[in-house]
Design a protein around this ligand. Structure first.
Ligand SMILES: C[S@@+](CC[C@H](N)C(=O)[O-])C[C@H]1O[C@@H](n2cnc3c(N)ncnc32)[C@H](O)[C@@H]1O
Length: 240
């Protein structure tokens, strides 16, 4: 493992971030995953209680998740996940106009999907604990080039109120150390505010680290304000 030149981020912030549970269908939409992506070595960070790794694994894929909450014991993690899923669906209901509910089968369909994702992830965690690695950005406990693609959903940008600019840059640099391609979604904060200046400055900093960025449209966004994802690649990297 190559050590990151950046300091570990203060762990007390982990308590403030919701452990949410998205499904592989949601990841497919957010990250534009195609068949080739799903067959590649994927790191989901933060994995939270998302079921992407479980679902990919069940289909014969090679995916692992990284999240600081995986250091909790199984019972404590289960309690935290189930409580946070309820917090998350309550919050989505409260902000009803911010979402395109048709994309997720209405309010009921969405809530069923989130609860099912959490149960799928928790079952997989018991069955395949080695696929759930305790660790935190901006310093992943993974070897350089140990994956083809890192997916980062609902941490960076979403929590830009508590994770500062340097943390974002350091995290993206470290994810690009682990895999030649990193996809991040969404590019708005948790209130749906765009952050064009923050993103412009970040792209410029990443360029100096020999990382190329592009912003792609997202089809069928559930969060209406979150219409794009960021793709970060090593400058020399070209997928064959
Ligand atoms: C909103 S959840 C997103 C989970 C999943 N990606 C999804 O979309 O459902 C945010 C996750 O970030 C994790 N987290 C908090 N600080 C982190 C850090 N420094 N590095 C990696 N993950 C972190 C939390 O534990 C939580 O599980």
């Amino acid at each position: 493992m190559t050590a990151s030149p950046f300091p570990t981020y203060p762990p007390q912030l982990e308590a403030d971030v919701l452990v949410s549970a998205r499904s592989l269908a949601e990841y497919t939409d957010m990250f534009g995953l195609d068949e080739r992506d799903r067959a590649s070595r994927i790191v989901d960070c933060p994995g939270g209680a998302a079921s992407a790794v479980a679902e990919l694994g069940a289909a014969g894929g090679d995916a692992i998740a990284v999240d600081p909450q995986y250091s909790l014991g199984a019972d404590e993690l289960r309690a935290r996940v189930l409580a946070d899923v309820e917090r998350s669906v309550t919050e989505s209901r409260r902000r009803h106009p911010d979402y395109d509910w048709d994309v997720r089968g209405g309010v009921v369909g969405h809530e069923e999907m989130r609860r099912a994702a959490a149960e799928t992830m928790l079952d997989d965690l018991c069955a395949r604990p080695e696929k759930y690695v305790a660790g935190a950005l901006p310093s992943l406990p993974l070897a350089s080039d140990s994956a083809d693609l890192v997916l980062c959903s609902h941490l960076l940008f979403t929590y830009a109120d508590i994770l500062d600019f340097d943390m974002h840059v350091a995290s993206l640099v470290d994810m690009a150390r682990v895999a030649p391609e990193v996809r991040v979604y969404p590019l708005v904060d948790h209130s749906g505010n765009p952050m064009p200046e923050f993103i412009r400055s970040m792209i410029s900093r990443l360029k100096k680290a020999r990382l190329t960025c592009r912003i792609e449209p997202v089809e069928r966004p559930f969060q209406l304000a979150a219409t794009t994802r960021l793709v970060v690649e090593r400058t020399a990297h070209r997928r064959p």
